[in-house]
Design a protein around this ligand. Sequence first.
Ligand SMILES: [Zn+2]
Length: 383
Amino acid sequence: MSDTSLFRYAVEAHEGRARSGILTTPHGEVRTPAFMPVGTQGTVKGLVMEEVSDLGAEIVLANTYHLYLRPGHELVGRLGGLHAFMRWNGPILTDSGGYQVFSMARIREVRDDGVVFQSHIDGSSHTFTPEVVVDIQRTLGADVVMAFDECPPGGADHAHAREANRRTLAWLHRGKARFDELEARGGYPAQTLFPIVQGNVYEDLRREHARAIREAGDWQGVAIGGLSVGEAKEDLWRVLELLDPELPPDRPRYLMGVGYPDDFLEAVVRGCDLFDCVAPTRNARHGTAWTTEEGQANLKAARFRDDTRPMDPGCDCGTCARYDRAYLRHLVVAGEWLAIRLLSVHNLRFLVRLAEEARSRIAAGDFHAWSRDWLERYRSPEG
Ligand SMILES: [Zn+2]
């Protein structure tokens, strides 16, 4: 029988809206602010899970939509669940599939009971309902599972966003009912369900949705979705600021899809605790790496040809310990697989270390001064 008391969140320190804390799950603790590497297909692209653990990540994310289509959640369940399948014994969060269905699949129909879509792999037809999405994630066995949501595109008008919120709220009630029903039935690992606040950039919709979500249950955490989808940065920060007083102060806030270094710090300033983004590994595939002093750098630039410094002299990752920029540039230009692996390790460690530093600065009470300096250096490249 699963036990939701295995989940706890304790805020340890505050500085303004920024906070540090510890999220306890059945598979271990997550110190926040935390960056969650994305393991879309049950793998953080190119890395073995020991490497992901060695670079300090304490929780990873996997994708419901992808694992449902391939290899299928029932197979993963029969093979012992996602932790066993991907050889990761730490906490896992699975997303709801909402974002992927609305961004990758070909939508056939959005109905009040769910979404009919075509697989991006073979065009086969599938239906996600709030119940189906809970069933899939129950079977995968992630620690944190997400309620099904409708994600309207970035530029959606108010009426469209309001309609999506209405559906997302109705789906939350149904998803929760299904989650509780399976809980009572037993046989599933301990899991917790997070709702997702939608509402695009519209203040009234964001507020209404956050309030309705609080009334709908005593959640162990709340996700903020529908941002980082092409809106202006000022809109993103404005939405986070207006949501701050609307969300439970003692529960973690997961800002979905945000994870470039500067955005990460700006969101920590505004009270967010959990983050995910494909940027570290995607940038690695494009030969791009983050540095403290030079911002985002593309190794294809000729200036790196005979640059014998580590990617980031202040970084403690395995890539920076052993290799220089000249060699990394050579690997990128030659299209070698090793380039992707080495840059993925560096970019992931860069964000995880940024989260670690933010955490210790919040505890020390100098987070705001430090993050202001850090952002200024990062945004004014010397090179
Ligand atoms: Zn590094």
